[in-house]
Design a binder for this molecule. Structure first.
Ligand SMILES: [Zn+2]
Length: 84
């Protein structure tokens, strides 16, 4: 008798994008930029149009991290190339 096959459980992680934190000197706050695509490929600095109305130059750390499902963010882009 062949063993009954266990149904394969596919637990693919849901993609919530990536988070890059940056300091907003104007407001003295740490803000979060959400990126849909993995920003690791290119770590050139980006110019972030912040919610405070100014543009901040942000260094992209290769130590980026995944965004969790309910993590809030201040800005959102598809790719960091939009900010270069
Ligand atoms: Zn700002």
């Amino acid at each position: 008798m062949p063993q009954p096959r266990r149904p394969k459980k596919r637990t693919e992680p849901v993609d919530y994008g990536w988070v890059i934190s940056f300091g907003c000197k104007t407001a003295g706050k740490l803000r979060r930029l959400k990126v849909d695509t993995d920003p690791a490929a290119d770590t050139r600095p980006i110019d972030v149009p912040c919610v405070c109305g100014e543009v901040h130059r942000v260094t992209v750390s290769p130590y980026r991290r995944r965004r969790s499902a309910d993590e809030p963010f201040d800005l959102e882009v598809t790719s960091l190339d939009e900010l270069r």
